[in-house]
Design a protein around this ligand. Sequence first.
Ligand code: CP
Ligand code: NVA
Length: 309
Amino acid sequence: MTLEGRDLLSLGDWTSDEVTLVIERAKIQKRMWMQSSNRPRPLADRAVAIIMLKPSMRTRVSFEVAVSQLGGTPIVLGADSAFSRNESVRDTVKVLERYCDCIVLRTFDQSHVEEVAQHASVPVINALTDDYHPCQVLADLLTIEEHFGVLKGLKLAYVGDGNNMANTLLLGGAQVGMDVTIACPPGFEPLKGALDRAQQIAAGTGSALEVERDPREAVAGADIVVTDTWASMGQEAEHDVRVAQFSGYRVDAALMALAKPGGIFMHCLPAHRGEEVTDEVIDSGQSVVYEEAGNRMRAQKALLSLIMG
Ligand code: CP
Ligand code: NVA
């Protein structure tokens, strides 16, 4: 199996074996990097454009460091350069691919990253859109695998907004045979297209997927409890209204106590302490949020090595 030359736009575009390959490669590379002075540099003489049209700390830094550690050159671009001055997507991509061997893009519409991939002769990686965040969920799966030693059969409960993280956890969970329940208020469900695609994948892997109203039902017996911000990037003006709408969906110690003993808490960060999660939970021994953030770089190094050959 090879991933050479492939785009990563959504985890729904890949097979279960391909998703698992990235996680397995990340585990091996992480071990090699920590144990050995022989650190392969598969991206030597190659450059990766990292285009951020929304704010980012983790994704930007973890991709920059990943590319550098693999021997390549990261080029970070913002809205003042890439796609600026009304330049068309096609013109931008046709120029950029002459300098760079891979394009990493954080943007708003999923159709934007798809259009970039359509024009690009180099691999394109989705670094978050309004709909999906595949790099985050690869890191999440790596973190869960490291913690439990297994993925298939685990039960993941996501509590809160049916946003890009919820959509991607449904797809990623289905790919590895985990059960995923999303608990959200009415009107904040994950995308129908994401749920439908995840159900198709789940038919082959044995995952059970559910969307539920009651966070307590969702978390009962869960191995992994996940939440995310109630107002994603681009929804800042709705923040106060959303805080009221999501008030029953905060992950606090009482909710977390319903998870399995040994259950873990995850959050892609940035967290809004006191809103979607309490300090008590995110700072508890059950929280793996910093390991999860650290694994962004591990998962992306594996991804870049595999798709860039
Ligand atoms: N989790 C995540 O993607 O963080 P940033 O928005 O800081 O990149
Ligand atoms: N759902 C959040 C994730 C941030 C990493 C957002 O899109 O803002």
